[in-house]
Design a protein around this ligand. Structure first.
Ligand code: T1G
Length: 692
C-alpha cells in the first residue's frame, strides 16, 4: 500500500504522505508524490493541489537509511521539479518540521503555509552533505543569498513566524492547517503558479563568498560540505537554474561518497540507537522526575541543578557547607543570566525557573523528591555516607543517582536498603552544556529506573548512554588508555605541544595535555591514588604524577603541562616541563627519540579502539555505536570520523589488528594484547558495526 494518498476536497486535490515516524522521503514516498501530481493534473475537476502529511511532522528529509545504497528512481530533484512544473498551483501545508528534502519539496511547491509552531530548515550539513534536491538553487532565490547561506551552513531550524518574515513561507495558519491550506489553494485556482526557479537572485557583493569561507574555516576545519554549500550558492548567482542544479548534483554526490558523511550519518543513528536497551522495553512505565534534589553545590552540582531547572523540574540544591551553597546558588543565577544574555532563555523563563529553585542544608528537604542526584566529592566513603542518609529520609520509590565518574555503583547501592532504586548518572563538565550522560546500571538497578533515566536524558536534551558498572564505565575507562599513551609518548621524546598539535590537527577538539591542564592534573592523580588495580608499570603516568607532586595542577595553579598567564587559558610551552620530562626519562632509562605523527595518532586512537573492544567483550556497552556516541558527545572526538569504533571499522579491523600486534611487540602485552573480539572480527572480515 502506497504511503501517499490523494483525495479531493471540492476543487482542491490533497496529497497526503503517511510514512511514520517522520514521513522521510523513501522511494515509495517519492514515487507516490510524483504519480499523485500526475493524477491531479489530469483531473479536470481539480484546480489546485495541497501536499500535507499525517503524523507528527511534515517531511523531515530524505530517508537517511537509504544513503550509501544505489539511488532509486524517481530521484528527489525530479520529484521536486515535477511539483514545480505542475500547471495547477501546489501548496505545501507544513506542520512539525520541514527539513532537508522535506523543505525542498515545499520549495518546489508554489506557495507554503505553516502552523505557527512549525519549523523549517536544511540541516544536511550535519550529515556531511548539502541540500541535494535543488535547495542550494531555490533557497537563495526565495530568501536571498546571506539568509540562505546562513540557514544551510548552520543547519538551523527557522520557526514559522521568522520564516514568514524572511519570505520562506507565505502564510502562518490558525488551528486547522489543512482546511486553511485547502482554502488558500482554492484562492489560487486558475492563476499561473509562481515558480521559484523563475525568480532572480537578489544582487550581492561577490566578496560575500570568500568572506564566508574564511569565517567558517576555523569552525568547520577539515569538513568538505560547508565549502561545497558556499560554492553551490556562488554558482547559483552566476549560471542558469538548470546549470546550477547540475553542479549542485555533482557536489552532492561528492559529499555523499565521502567518509565524512558516512561518519556523520553513523553518528546520527548511533545517537538514536542508544535508547534501545536490551530488556528495557520502550513502553516501560517511568517514575516521576518532576522534583529533583541535587546534593553538592560545587561546579558539577550547580551545573546539574541548572540543567534540571531549565528542563522544567523543581530543584532543591543541598550542601552541608553554607558558603559552598551560596557559591552554588550564585553559579546557578549567573548561568541563568548568561542564558538570557545569549538568548537561550527569556527573562520570564529565568524568573519562572528561579521560582522552582530552593536551597537547603537539611536532608529533610529531600523527603518528597522523585529523584536525587548526588554530586559530592569523588570519595567512596563520603558517597556511602550520603546514600545511607538518603535511604533514611527520601520517600520510597524515589530514584537515588550518583554522579560518580569512576566509582562502583554496586558498592554505593549496597549502603542503602533499596539498591534497585540506585543508578549512576555521570554528567560531563560543564553539566549544562555537554550532551553526554552516562547512565550506569548497577547489578540490581530496576528496569523502570533505567527507563526513567533515559527519559531524563531526553528531557535534558542529552544523549543518555546506558553502560555497565566497571572502573571508569565506558568513557573514562577508555580515556585512561588514551592518556596512558600520551604520557608514555612524552617520556619517549614527544613534547606535550607536539602531541597536542598532532591530535588537534587529526580532529580532536583539544590535545590531551591541554585537556589535562583544563580538568586539573590533580583530579586524575587522586583517582590513580585510589585505584588498587593499576598495572605495575613505573612509567605509568609518571610525568603527570611528577608535575602534580610539584604542585603543578594545570590552569587552576597557573602551571601544569603548560604555563598560563594570569587570567588566561592560553597554554604556553614551559621549558621547565621539557627538562622535567627529560630527567624523568633518564631516571627511568628511557632513550628519547623522534616520534612520527602517525605513531602518535595510532597509539592514542587505537588505544581507544582496543579498550572499546574489551568493553564490548565485558558487556559494559550494548553496541559499538554506543561507545561512539560516548566519545562524540563527551570527549571531543571529531564527529565526522563517527567515533573510535566507526573509525576503526573504516580503517579495516585487519589493518588495525596488524598495528596493534606491532605495538604489542614493541611496548609489551600489558597494554597492547589484542582483544579476542578484535582478532575474531578481523579474521572474519567483519566490523564492530556488524555486532549490533
Ligand atoms: N531518515 C530516516 N529516519 C529518520 C530521519 C530521516 N531523515 N529523521 C529521523 N529519523 C528516525 C530516527 O532515526 C528515529 O528512528 C525516529 O525517526 C525519530 O527520530 C536530499 C539529502 C526530525 C527533528 O537531517 O533532525 O534530506 O530510532 O529520535 O527527536 O537534500 O529526527 O525511532 O527508529 O530524532 O523527535 C535531512 C534528521 C536529511 C533531519 C525529529 N533531514 N532528523 O527529532 O526524533 S538529508 C534531517 C531530525 C536530506 C536532501 C537531503 C530529527 C527530527 P527510531 P528522533 P525527534
Amino acid at each position: 500500500m502506497s504511503p501517499v494518498s490523494i483525495d479531493r476536497h471540492g476543487a482542491v486535490a490533497v496529497i497526503t504522505v503517511t510514512n511514520p515516524p517522520v514521513n522521510a522521503l523513501s522511494q515509495p514516498v517519492r514515487e507516490g508524490i510524483y504519480s499523485s501530481i500526475d493524477v491531479a493534473e489530469k483531473d479536470d475537476a481539480c484546480s489546485a493541489i495541497v501536499i500535507s502529511c499525517e503524523g507528527r511532522t511534515f517531511i523531515a528529509g530524505a530517508d537517511i537509511k537509504e544513503f550509501g545504497r544505489p539511488p532509486l528512481e524517481p530521484y528527489l530533484p525530479d520529484v521536486v521539479s515535477r511539483i514545480e512544473n505542475s500547471q495547477k498551483p501546489v501548496i505545501a501545508a507544513v506542520h512539525g518540521t520541514a527539513l532537508g528534502g522535506g523543505l525542498e519539496i515545499a520549495l518546489g511547491c508554489h506557495y507554503r503555509i505553516a502552523e505557527s509552531t512549525a519549523a523549517l530548515g536544511l540541516p544536511e550539513v550535519h550529515l556531511g552533505l548539502l541540500p541535494g534536491a535543488s535547495g542550494t538553487q531555490r533557497l537563495p532565490r526565495l530568501v536571498g543569498v546571506p539568509v540562505a547561506m546562513d540557514m544551510m551552513l548552520s543547519g538551523k531550524f527557522v520557526k514559522a513566524p521568522e520564516a514568514l518574515e524572511i519570505g520562506l513561507i507565505d502564510r502562518v495558519s490558525g488551528v486547522d492547517l489543512l482546511s486553511e491550506a485547502i482554502a488558500y489553494a482554492d484562492g489560487y485556482r486558475g492563476q499561473e503558479p509562481r515558480r521559484i526557479r523563475d525568480m532572480d537572485i537578489q544582487e550581492v557583493d561577490p566578496s560575500i563568498f570568500d568572506v564566508t569561507r574564511k569565517k567558517m574555516a576555523r569552525r568547520t576545519r577539515g569538513l568538505i560540505s560547508p565549502g561545497r554549500i558556499v560554492d553551490a550558492v556562488e554558482v547559483a548567482t552566476n549560471v542558469s537554474f538548470d546549470e546550477g542544479c547540475a553542479i549542485e548534483r555533482e557536489f552532492f554526490l561528492e559529499c555523499m561518497a565521502s567518509q565524512q558523511s558516512a561518519g556523520l550519518r553513523h553518528a546520527f543513528f548511533a545517537e538514536r540507537n542508544v535508547g534501545k536497551v536490551p530488556n528495557v522495553a520502550k513502553e516501560t512505565r517511568q517514575r516521576p522526575i518532576d522534583k529533583i534534589g541535587v546534593i553538592g553545590a560545587g561546579t558539577m552540582g550547580s551545573g546539574i541543578a541548572y540543567a534540571c531547572l531549565t528542563s522544567g523540574a523543581e530543584v532543591v540544591l543541598l550542601d552541608n557547607d553554607d558558603r559552598g551553597l551560596v557559591r552554588g546558588e550564585k553559579n546557578i543565577r549567573s548561568l541563568f543570566a548568561g542564558g538570557v544574555e545569549r538568548g537561550k532563555i527569556t527573562e520570564e523563563g529565568m524568573k519562572e525557573g528561579l521560582q522552582r529553585f530552593k536551597t537547603s542544608q537539611n536532608y529533610n528537604a529531600l523527603a518528597n523528591v522523585d529523584l536525587v542526584i548526588e554530586a559530592v566529592f569523588e570519595s567512596m566513603s563520603i558517597k556511602k555516607e550520603v546514600f545511607a542518609a538518603l535511604d533514611q529520609v527520601v520517600q520510597k520509590g524515589a530514584i537515588l543517582a550518583t554522579n560518580t565518574s569512576t566509582l562502583s555503583i554496586d558498592e554505593i547501592a549496597a549502603s542503602t536498603s533499596r539498591p534497585g532504586d540506585v543508578i549512576g548518572l555521570h554528567f560531563f563538565s560543564p553539566a549544562h552544556v555537554m550532551r553526554l550522560l552516562e547512565i550506569i546500571r548497577g547489578e540490581e538497578t530496576a528496569t523502570d529506573v533505567i527507563a526513567t533515566s533515559l527519559a531524563l536524558a531526553k528531557r535534558l536534551k542529552k544523549i543518555g548512554v546506558v553502560v555497565g558498572n566497571c572502573y571508569g564505565f565506558v568513557g573514562n575507562r577508555m580515556l585512561h588508555t588514551y592518556g596512558r599513551e600520551n604520557q608514555l609518548l612524552l617520556l619517549e621524546g614527544a613534547a606535550p605541544e607536539y602531541v597536542d598539535k598532532v591530535l588537534y590537527d587529526w580532529g580532536m577538539a583539544m590535545g590531551p595535555n591541554a585537556v589535562g591542564d583544563l580538568a586539573g592534573l590533580d583530579v586524575g592523580y587522586k583517582a590513580r591514588q585510589e585505584r588498587v588495580d593499576l598495572p605495575e608499570d613505573p612509567h605509568f603516568y609518571r610525568v603527570a604524577d611528577v608535575l602534580v607532586e610539584m604542585g603543578r595542577y594545570g590552569q587552576k595553579t597557573g602551571k601544569g603541562m603548560y604555563l598560563y598567564d594570569a587570567g588566561s587559558r592560553q597554554p604556553v610551552v614551559d621549558p621547565e616541563v621539557t627538562a622535567i620530562i627529560k630527567t624523568e626519562a633518564e631516571r627511568l632509562g628511557i632513550k628519547q627519540r623522534d616520534i612520527s605523527e602517525k605513531e602518535i595518532t595510532e597509539r592514542c586512537i587505537y588505544a581507544l579502539v582496543v579498550e572499546g573492544a574489551r568493553i564490548l567483550e565485558d558487556g559494559i556497552a550494548t553496541r559499538a555505536g554506543d561507545i561512539d556516541a560516548v566519545w562524540l558527545n563527551g570527549y571531543g572526538f571529531p564527529r565526522y570520523r563517527g567515533g573510535p569504533m566507526h573509525y576503526a571499522d573504516n580503517i579495516g579491523l585487519e589493518r588495525v589488528l596488524t598495528t596493534v600486534r606491532l605495538f604489542e611487540e614493541k611496548f609489551g602485552s600489558m597494554h597492547w594484547k589484542p582483544p579476542a573480539l578484535l582478532c575474531e572480527l578481523a579474521a572474519s572480515g567483519r566490523k564492530f558495526s556488524d555486532l549490533s
